[in-house]
Ligand binder design. Structure first.
Ligand code: TYM
Length: 342
């Protein structure tokens, strides 16, 4: 079991990141540790270059993201925690894979289409080739499990296509260079939506902070955001089928279920027939109970920048070592000549 996943250190991590991905990083870290496997979680700082960014902010938010991940339960003694920029093998393998990835495949990526919109000509090349770097991120460690939210599923399918084509074109059938990674997507909470618009994903890049609950929000802010969350005037139904045309209500019930580690039907069995005047305060209490301790740990950890830098430096050393054999095999498979350093 080799678990690999990444998160961009831009903006503040939010409830969608937590329920869709981070909670599963921790679960799979523990499973891998117990079974003699490996878990690598990294900050995708190289990916952050695909959009305009402020260099001064990037280092600070990278450290804040490490503090958040540790506060959520990632343990540097059980998993390799690092940032891409300190492990140049990711960028190196990406270049090797750009020979295999096809323009047509990248053109079909919905994230590229959404982010580029009508202005494709004005986008960075990095935004277009972004999924190739993401493929390199997981293939370089022979990842078997990749915990992500649903929005990353298409990128992982692309990683599988690249791995498959590379193996077909350059490796013997009995000695593939790359393992085909499997996405690990939670059943509930695969796609948490904005608190202001049930048709949009909760996102770090959404301008309104009221659209998301940040893991670093204090209890009052969380309660305030839930109180102001968009809803409709109807009471809650007693079964999920009754939420079909009510995206905002469905989102809140799904968040509640994911936080309480139960199903939306069980939540509706409790709250069916009630209005949001009763549901929202209960949801705010649950949110504060589950996320409050994470926030408290985060506040403590984020001050110690030296300790956070040290976690990344140690993780990078381990990651570089783990990345080397696959990178070497890829160079060799492609017939690239590399002299060994003396
Ligand atoms: P990023 O930084 O946008 O998000 C990190 C993780 O959080 C999940 N996520 C969500 N899940 C449910 N509901 C939401 N509203 C929501 N928003 C975000 C994402 O699916 C993701 O798992 N391209 C990636 C980073 C990356 C990566 C990788 C991931 C780079 N290389 C290799 C996996 C493997 C990204 O931008 O995630």
């Amino acid at each position: 079991m080799i678990v690999v996943s990444g998160i961009q250190p831009t903006g503040k991590p939010h409830l969608g990141n937590y329920l869709g991905a981070i909670r599963n990083y921790v679960k799979l870290q523990d499973e891998a540790h117990a079974n003699g496997g490996q878990c690598l979680i990294f900050l995708a700082d190289l990916h952050a270059l695909s959009m305009p960014h402020d260099p001064a902010d990037l280092h600070a938010s990278t450290l804040e993201m490490v503090a958040t991940l540790v506060a959520c339960g990632l343990d540097p003694a059980k998993c390799v925690l690092f940032n891409q920029a300190q492990v140049p093998q990711h960028a190196e393998l990406q270049w090797l894979l750009t020979g295999t990835a096809r323009m047509g495949w990248l053109n079909r990526m919905t994230q590229w289409k959404d982010k580029a919109g009508k202005n494709r000509e004005g986008q960075s090349v990095a935004l277009f080739t972004y999924p190739v770097l993401q493929a390199a991120d997981v293939l370089i460690y022979q990842a078997t499990h990749v915990p992500v939210g649903e929005d990353q599923k298409q990128h992982l399918e692309l990683a599988r296509d690249i791995a498959q084509k590379f193996n077909n074109d350059f490796a013997n059938e009995d000695a593939p260079v790359f393992t085909l990674p499997e996405p690990y997507i939670p059943e509930e909470a695969a796609r948490i939506m904005s608190l202001r618009d049930g048709s949009r994903k909760m996102s770090k890049s959404e301008p309104s902070d009221m659209s998301r609950i940040n893991l670093t929000d204090d209890a009052d802010t969380m309660a305030q955001k839930i109180k102001k969350a968009k809803t409709d005037p109807e009471p809650l139904p007693s079964e999920v089928a009754g939420l079909a045309e009510r995206p905002e209500a469905l989102n809140l019930v799904s968040i509640y279920a994911a936080l309480a580690e139960t199903t939306p039907d069980a939540v509706l069995a409790e709250f069916g027939g009630e209005g949001f005047g009763k549901f929202k305060p209960a949801m705010a209490d649950l949110c504060v109970a589950k996320l409050g301790p994470i926030r408290d740990r985060f506040v403590e950890l984020k001050e110690d920048r030296e300790a956070l830098d040290a976690i990344l430096a140690r993780g990078a050393l381990q990651a570089r070592e783990l990345a080397t054999p696959t990178l070497d095999s890829a160079y060799q498979a492609l017939g690239l000549v590399r002299g060994r350093p003396a």
